[in-house]
Every structure is written in C-alpha cells, then in structure tokens.
Design a protein around this ligand. Structure first.
Ligand SMILES: [Zn+2]
Length: 97
C-alpha cells in the first residue's frame, strides 16, 4: 500500500519523490538546517506529501508503541520454563542439525 502511495506521489511530481526519500532522514534529524527548511516548506504546500507523511509518522508511532509493550509476560515465562527444563536435562547435548 505504501508503494502505491509513493507511486501516486512520484507519478505526479519528480520533486516529491526526492522529499519522500528524505523523509526518514528528516525524522532522524539527519538533514542540514537548510534541507530541513526546504523539506518542511514542501510538505506544508504539498497535500499529497503531507498526507503521506502523516500516515508514515503514525505507522512509526504504532511500531514504537508495540515495541515498548515488549514481549508479553506469558510468553517470557514459557520461554524461561523451556530453557530451565533443557538445562535440567543436563549439559550433555546430543542435538543433531
Ligand atoms: Zn510533494
């Protein structure tokens, strides 16, 4: 779906593609001050890019949110008990493959 939106934007205007490419750098603060100003100016004046960026930002926030939630305690407990059971079986491993 993202690819389709990018195609929509890039099909319209070549400059938009450039700004979309710079989106991750912008979000990580890797752009120079001048580039950042140009970038912001473009996105303010370009509804297509603005919509795309909003969606992009939301999806990143969603991923961050999921990551901070971490692994469910249930899963952690199960993994720990499996590892403990294995350790109990002794240091003698015969695993093949
Ligand atoms: Zn644009």
């Amino acid at each position: 779906m993202l690819r389709k939106i990018i195609q929509l934007i890039t099909g319209r205007q070549m400059t938009c593609r450039r700004y979309v490419d710079l989106m991750t750098e912008y979000m990580e603060g890797d752009l120079s001050d001048a580039d950042q100003e140009l970038w912001e100016a473009h996105f303010e004046g370009c509804p297509g890019c603005k919509t795309f960026f909003t969606g992009f930002k939301n999806s990143i926030e969603l991923v961050n949110h999921l990551e901070t939630q971490g692994c469910p305690t249930e899963v952690k407990k199960r993994v720990q008990s499996i590892l403990a059971a294995r350790a109990e079986r002794g240091g003698h491993s015969q695993s093949k493959g």
